[in-house]
Ligand binder design. Structure first.
Ligand code: NDP
Ligand code: 13P
Length: 320
């Protein structure tokens, strides 16, 4: 089975580098200029500088060529997934699609699995998610991720196809739990970054992370996830990584909010749109998601970090 990665950002490039250790892989960029640069320099200078592209990795800007592969990894930001799939529906039809994005679509409240199902009904789909920074994967550091696929046999095939020497995949059929774990942890990571940036300390971060995890479980279980999925790589594992590392863009965005410093808005920070989607889901489903809702308000500039923390501390007392 052949594989191509569609989307030449940091994560798509890192996955293609890792997969190239096993055999030929194609990386598609929508930008002819970026594709040419990568072919010439054998590096993704824009999104993943300093990490060489192996020989087995070929770069193209021709989607028809890339989509000849049996398995296509879709490595674009969540809010771009629907548009990218609609633009290229004819080329993607009939292939196995593996979404590699973490988030909830703003207007629909849907995750990547539902967006793929709506855009190309009948397509065989899966999700790759979990704790990993693109730089770590590209450097060949040990990493473990979750491959979620509702079709157990296809999940097994994809697990074997996409596991590499240093990237170990676990599988699950709980696609709802896997996608909500990956989406919701980014929101909590913004909150944790803001808390550290504002000098509120590690104890406050531990409280946010733990109560944030309670929110993640509440929404995920309501949507049909298995609680144990949230305890795994795609939930707790990714939450811990993202809430504690400066390599995370969501965490760094939070740090900047807390320090009242500017932040480059062109950086992919999935948790901002997802926080707004979660706030809407909380209203629609009448559940409490106070930290996620506060992060949405914070990222809008409605609150200072100090005000946000005060509003969380002043909530009615309750059982844990
Ligand atoms: N970076 C990481 O460590 C990890 C990222 N992820 C997830 O992977 C997803 C992608 O993130 P990442 O690669 O880091 O993001 P980047 O910001 O590095 O790159 C995003 C890429 O998507 C491309 N893109 C955007 N819109 C489209 C479109 N409509 N059609 C085709 N390509 C498009 C961009 O192209 P252009 O440059 O032309 O705009 C760019 O190459 C996110 O959901 C993220 O949460 C998951 C795990 C780790
Ligand atoms: O998802 C990630 C780690 O698992 C990457 O996090 P950021 O998108 O915050 O950089």
């Amino acid at each position: 089975m052949s594989v191509a990665v569609l989307g030449s950002g940091a994560f798509g490039t890192a996955l293609a580098i890792s997969l190239a250790g096993k055999g030929p892989v194609t990386l598609w960029s929508r930008s002819p200029e970026q594709a040419r640069q990568m072919q010439e320099t054998r590096e993704n200078q824009q999104r993943l500088p300093g990490l060489p592209l192996p020989e087995a990795l070929s770069v193209t800007d021709d989607l028809d060529q890339a989509s000849q592969s049996d398995t296509l990894l879709l490595a674009v930001p969540m809010q771009k997934l629907r548009g990218m799939m609609s633009d290229h529906a004819a080329a993607l039809r009939g292939r196995v699609l593996v979404a590699c994005c973490k988030g909830i679509e703003m207007n629909s409240g849907l995750g990547p699995m539902a967006v793929m199902a709506e855009t190309l009904p009948g397509t065989r789909t899966a999700l790759l998610t979990g704790p990993s920074f693109a730089q770590d994967i590209a450097r060949g550091l040990p990493t473990a991720l979750t491959l979620a696929c509702a079709e157990a046999d296809l999940g097994r095939d994809l697990q074997a196809q996409l596991t590499t020497a240093n990237l170990r995949l676990y599988r699950t059929t709980d696609t709802i739990g896997a996608e909500l774990g990956g989406a919701l942890k980014n929101v909590i990571a913004i909150g944790c970054g803001a808390c550290i940036g504002a000098g509120m300390g590690d104890s406050a971060r531990a409280a946010l992370l733990t109560r944030g995890f309670a929110e993640m479980q509440r929404l995920a279980v309501l949507k049909g996830a298995r609680p144990e999925t949230l305890m795994g790589l795609s939930g707790l594992g990714d939450l811990m990584l993202t809430c504690s590392s400066d390599l995370s863009r969501n965490y760094r965005f939070g740090l900047a909010l807390g320090r009242q410093e500017p932040f480059d808005r062109s950086t992919t920070v999935e948790g901002v749109a997802t926080a707004h989607a979660v706030a809407q889901l909380a209203r629609d489903n009448r559940i409490e998601m106070p930290i996620s809702t506060t992060v949405a308000q914070l990222s809008n500039g409605d609150y200072s970090v100090a005000e946000a923390m005060r509003s969380l501390l002043n909530r009615p007392l309750k059982e844990e």
